[in-house]
Design a binder for this molecule. Structure first.
Ligand code: CTP
Length: 406
């Protein structure tokens, strides 16, 4: 993992019990290849020691604007100029209010105010009690800091250290890490709305059993994450999989191919890109038994009849939006052999501009893969890499093929 190699992050801690998560966050940022400069307010030091943060970041922590270690005695200028991003985690209600007012009587608020706004993004991970979070003053302040150019990363929901349950928990370290990584991805799909289908479908036979396949959904989830990192609004339509939703992605969970078709038709009505990674069942049982199908004692297995599921990708690709060029459709092809020939034929059969081929048994459930891109001009291989890395490359390929706006 070196996604943050070369990046220098100022990690600012303010007063809140969520400071305990900032230790893990610091570790993740360092593991990701970033250099991390921790800055703590006096209140933050009540919750976690500077020693811990120094040990994890490998750098002395700054807490005072009078820190004489800086030759020019201007840590607020030096620290904010060196940074590729400033991340406030946790950001307390009080500290956010201070940002709104542009206060600068201690180092962290001072360096936030002094940061070059165009070059150094300010990411805010609020953390507070649920009543404080929903208070109009807090919400007003959050809108104001966002209007002033900060990126508010949202909060989690659940059990709070005060014993109450609700919104206001700081996001988990891994989620914040994902947001920092996303911050640095090129915004190739800004203004686009991307719909992704992912995972298998489940075609029920009775309330207990059904037909499905080995698709893990990992590639589709990676595409959704990469598209969101690239600045798109993303809707992820997922069959039954056990994967966490990428940050900032709208997810619709469903089971059958018919449900997936319905959700996709509706989601693509306003989309500009459709990526069909789902391993949709080609057939579903012709009948669905409301009760469990029991053995009848004859020793004869039941005879099952199937009907073909509608091809979601083809339906969307033949629709008015795709035909008019308003919706760019990308298909995936899972083959077991003869990839180039099958994928080339499939692209033409489905009537889509771009098809991504892979060998099914080599990818199902794996974290990495290799892909074959097929378009009207021929084929190109994306060599073996992590699914997230391939998804980012695919996003760049899609962006390059979209009609230019204006
Ligand atoms: N697909 C779909 N709806 C279906 C079947 C497939 O949207 N009912 C999409 C998949 O999401 C994928 C592409 O079509 O993007 C190709 O899927 P694949 O299973 O490889 O191909 P099939 O069309 O099923 O063709 P074949 O069974 O001949 O390989």
């Amino acid at each position: 993992m070196s996604e943050l190699a070369g990046k220098h992050i100022v990690l600012g801690l303010t007063g809140g019990i969520a400071c305990y998560k900032s230790a893990e966050l610091c570790r993740l940022l360092v593991k990701g290849g970033a250099t991390v400069q921790v800055v703590m307010t006096d209140s933050a030091r009540e919750f976690i020691t500077a020693t811990t943060m120094q040990a994890l970041s490998g750098r002395p922590v700054y807490s005072s604007q009078w820190d004489a270690r800086e030759p020019n005695n201007m840590p607020h200028i030096n620290l904010s100029r060196e940074a590729d991003a400033i991340l406030l985690a946790p950001a307390s209600a009080d500290f956010i209010a201070r940002l709104v007012q542009g206060r600068s009587d201690e180092l962290l608020s001072l360096l936030c105010l002094a940061r070059p706004v165009d070059r150094v993004p300010l990411l805010i991970a609020p953390a507070m009690n649920r009543e404080m979070w929903v208070h109009p003053a807090t919400q007003r302040n959050l809108r104001q800091v966002a209007a002033d150019g900060a990126r508010v990363l949202g909060v989690g929901n659940g059990w709070q250290a005060c014993g109450e349950t609700g919104d206001g928990r700081m996001l988990e370290a891994a989620q914040l890490y994902e947001e920092v990584v996303a911050q640095f991805q090129p915004k190739l799909l800004a203004g686009q709305h991307v719909v992704v289908t992912a995972g298998p479908t489940f075609e029920a036979l009775d309330p207990i059993r059904g037909i499905t396949n080995h698709s893990s959904g990992k590639m589709g989830f990676a595409v959704a994450r990469a598209a969101r990192e690239a600045g798109a609004e993303v809707t992820l339509i997922a069959g039954p999989v056990h994967l966490p939703t990428p940050r900032g992605v709208r997810r619709i969970d469903l089971q059958s191919a018919r449900e997936m078709l319905e959700a996709t038709v509706s989601a693509t009505a306003a989309a500009t890109v459709f990526v069909a990674t789902a391993a949709v069942a080609d057939w579903r049982p012709a009948t669905h038994s409301a009760q469990k199908i029991k053995k009848d004692g004859s020793g004869q297995p039941p005879v099952l009849h199937f009907v073909e599921n509608e091809d979601i990708l083809q339906t969307i690709a033949q629709g008015q939006r795709a035909q008019s060029g308003a919706l760019f459709c990308v298909g995936f092809a899972a083959e077991s052999e003869n990839l180039v020939a099958h994928a080339t034929a499939k692209r033409e059969r489905k009537g889509i501009p771009l098809l991504v081929g892979n060998i099914g048994p080599l990818t199902f459930g794996q974290d990495d893969n290799s892909l074959l891109l097929v378009d009207q001009s021929g084929t190109r291989e994306l060599p073996r890499a992590s699914k997230l890395s391939l998804a980012r490359q695919l996003v760049a390929e899609i962006a390059a093929r979209l009609p230019t706006k204006g």
